[in-house]
Ligand binder design. Structure first.
Ligand code: ATP
Ligand code: MG
Ligand code: MG
Ligand code: MG
Length: 480
């Protein structure tokens, strides 16, 4: 089955269950100060869940363009290293706004996977929220457990904690317990050696979560407490690329027909071969993944820039450029050339890729040449700093120079250092950045009002960096 057919079957199935099929919301969010990018299918329906607005229809389904590179859902570090987390991905979903609840959501998910897509029942596991004895003090989801028990043997039901089985959009907003469906893609032999149940949620590349059924019943308030939502809702999200992996009999999202044409094109352009060497493979996967995030963002009207969402996109592209430069040995712009293949494979479902192809290519090519013009020099500087460093940690001042003069986003510098077994003095970097900010502030104080606009930009840039900080700290934490 092709990915086009898989997507169409999902939508047809829920159309048959009286769902209205709606278009994906933009991936780049312009009107919500709490969220820069859509990170789940439910984002566009947030107001319905909160009861602030009434939906005209009670049941909808769609495929949603998502990006998970910042905030609560940040998968950037896994991308390319594993074979099932992307920056940009499609999330298939069905929703009930105060209409059906757990019974139908569970029964239909099972029907679609096993009767329509014909996934072997013996390869599926489900999970149920076990409850929590923290401040929320929540009970186990007995209702979901009993429903699953009537469908699958008890040893296929896994009890899950808050991390895996309580879905929250962010620090605030609608949330609730969830039941997830996992698929075991291992060979028969491997399955007899280790039971699949023990590998669920263990970051195993062949025992992966495909679908999350969230039962929205709470709203997390600003003070951290939970209140009941006025009505109960269903919010589901299924990773489209992972579903295609399961249905196409492959063991990596990158071996599906969604990614294969991109990888083939990268092989042609770079002269490298996918599947021979892990370092090269990671770089190829990173490029194949990141082109999608950047192209979809530009198609949504968000160009790479120095502030806010634009800077997130710039960081993603620069990350891909550097992987190409160092590991695929390509010293000139090439990622923009993948936009053609992308618009061919995904343009039917997302026509904006076809309509904006020229813009996507032009912007990316320009971004690539501009970063490539300083990348090599920056890498030389970084190498010499590493060589002359007396301990394992690189001074923040140097990272700031790379950022300021050579356009190295801080997380890129941290990534390169991590590869070489070094750490970054994040505080020193912050200090240098703040000093620059203060300089530009005092400069603007003496200038005329026109400059206030520039000042605002500088301010935003700093806010953008704040969200990076968490990321860099994570890198440091993992190494320890
Ligand atoms: P995981 O545990 O694998 O990180 P998740 O629990 O964070 O996934 P959910 O928030 O439940 O994911 O999202 C619903 C579905 O979207 C998941 O079941 C998965 O199939 C898919 N998904 C989530 N994150 C990604 C990603 N980064 N790339 C591709 N698919 C994803
Ligand atoms: Mg996740
Ligand atoms: Mg999960
Ligand atoms: Mg999940």
């Amino acid at each position: 089955m092709t990915s086009q057919e898989i997507r169409a079957q999902f939508l047809d199935f829920f159309k048959g269950k009286e769902h209205k099929i709606v278009p994906s919301a933009p991936m780049v969010i312009k009107d919500d100060p709490t969220l820069m990018f859509t990170n789940a299918g439910m984002n566009q329906f947030k107001e319905f869940f909160l009861g602030n607005t009434q939906s005209k229809v009670k049941r909808v389904a769609d495929t949603q363009k998502c990006l998970r590179v910042s905030g609560k859902h940040n998968d950037l570090e896994e991308v390319g290293k594993d074979t099932y987390h992307h920056t940009m991905f499609e999330m298939l979903g069905n929703w009930s706004f105060g209409d059906y609840f757990k019974k139908e959501a569970i029964a239909w998910a099972w029907e679609l996977l096993t009767a329509v897509y014909k996934i072997d029942k013996a390869s599926l596991y489900v999970s149920v929220f076990e409850g929590s004895d923290d401040a929320d003090n929540l009970e186990m989801d007995k209702e979901a457990f009993d429903l699953w028990k009537s469908i699958v043997p008890a040893d296929r039901i896994i009890m899950g904690n808050k991390d895996d089985n309580f879905w929250e959009m962010g620090d605030q907003g609608p949330c609730g317990p969830c039941s997830e469906i996992h698929v075991d893609l291992r060979t028969k032999e491997e399955k007899t050696k280790t039971p699949g149940a023990s590998l669920v949620n263990q970051d195993h590349p062949e025992v992966v979560e495909i679908w999350n059924l969230v039962f929205m019943q709470y709203n997390r308030k600003a003070d951290g407490s939970l209140e009941n939502l006025p009505e109960k809702h269903v919010d589901t999200g299924m990773g489209f690329e992972r579903l295609c992996m399961a249905l196409q009999g492959v063991k990596s999202n990158y071996d599906t027909d969604i990614f294969k044409p991109l990888i083939r094109e990268i092989e042609i352009i770079t002269g490298q071969k996918y599947g021979k060497d892990e370092e090269t493979d990671i770089a190829i996967r990173v490029v194949a993944d990141h082109i999608r995030a950047v192209a979809f963002s530009i198609a949504d009207g968000q160009l790479p820039s120095n502030t806010g969402a634009g800077y997130v996109i710039r960081r993603i592209l620069r990350r891909a450029i550097r992987y190409g430069f160092t590991f695929l040995d390509i010293k000139k712009p090439f990622i923009y050339r993948l936009a053609k293949v992308l618009s061919e494979t995904m343009g039917q479902a997302f026509p904006e890729l076809r309509e904006q192809r020229q813009l996507i290519e032009n912007v990316m090519k320009e971004e690539e040449s501009s970063f490539l013009s300083t990348l090599e020099q920056g890498l030389v500087l970084l190498n010499s700093v590493i060589k002359s460093s007396k301990n394992n940690t690189i001074e923040g001042e140097k990272a700031f120079e790379l950022y300021d003069t050579f356009g190295f986003p801080i997380d890129l510098t941290a990534l390169i250092l991590e590869e070489k077994g070094y750490e970054l003095d994040v505080e020193g970097f912050e200090k240098a950045l703040k000093a620059q900010k203060d300089r530009s502030r005092s400069a603007s104080e003496v200038s005329k009002s026109d400059w206030n606009i520039l000042m605002k930009d500088a301010e935003q840039e700093f806010i953008g960096y704040d969200s990076l900080e968490a990321h860099v700290k994570l890198v440091k934490y993992r190494k320890v």
